[in-house]
Design a protein around this ligand. Structure first.
Ligand code: 4NP
Length: 145
């Protein structure tokens, strides 16, 4: 069975579309999507500086469009990856009764770094650093599927 993975951040214009693009490049057979806990950027492409940093590494995020997380996502995906603890709490608040879809912190899969969050480059401006972390977490996550 194909594994379906949803990546979730706050705005769905930086961290989660970058994670989607990186994992798609590494594992094109998986069904992937990303979403935001907010609707602040719904319909928008990934943030320009994030697209630029990703593009420099060969990841094309230009076709992605932000959308808000919805309860149906718990049924449509096998795994949900949260970029930070706030995201995870907001994701859990939408969980349908009786649903058991795992929600994990994506940063945990970055080997040996002891991280619980993917820092938000919208605020840190470290778009390259966040891609390093996302690539590392992507490799770790894929090794555990
Ligand atoms: P993201 O980053 O959650 O990684 O997409 C953000 C993008 C935009 C905002 C916050 C976080 N914002 O406040 O508009």
């Amino acid at each position: 069975m194909t594994t379906r993975i949803l990546f979730v951040c706050l705005g769905n214009i930086c961290r989660s579309p970058a994670a989607e693009g990186v994992v798609r490049a590494m594992a094109p057979e998986l069904v992937l999507d990303s979403a935001g806990t907010s609707d602040w950027h719904s319909g928008e492409p990934p943030y320009g500086p994030m697209q630029g940093a990703a593009s420099a590494r060969g990841y094309d995020l230009s076709g992605l469009r932000a959308r808000q997380l919805r309860a149906q996502d718990f049924l449509d995906f096998d795994l949900i990856m949260a970029m930070d603890e706030d995201n995870r709490a907001n994701i859990e608040a939408l969980r349908p009764a009786g649903n058991g879809t795992p929600v994990h912190l994506f940063a945990k899969y970055a080997e040996g770094q002891g991280l619980r969050a993917v820092p938000d480059p919208y605020y840190t401006r470290d778009f390259d650093g966040v891609l390093d972390l996302i690539e590392e977490a992507a490799r770790g996550m894929l090794a555990q599927l």
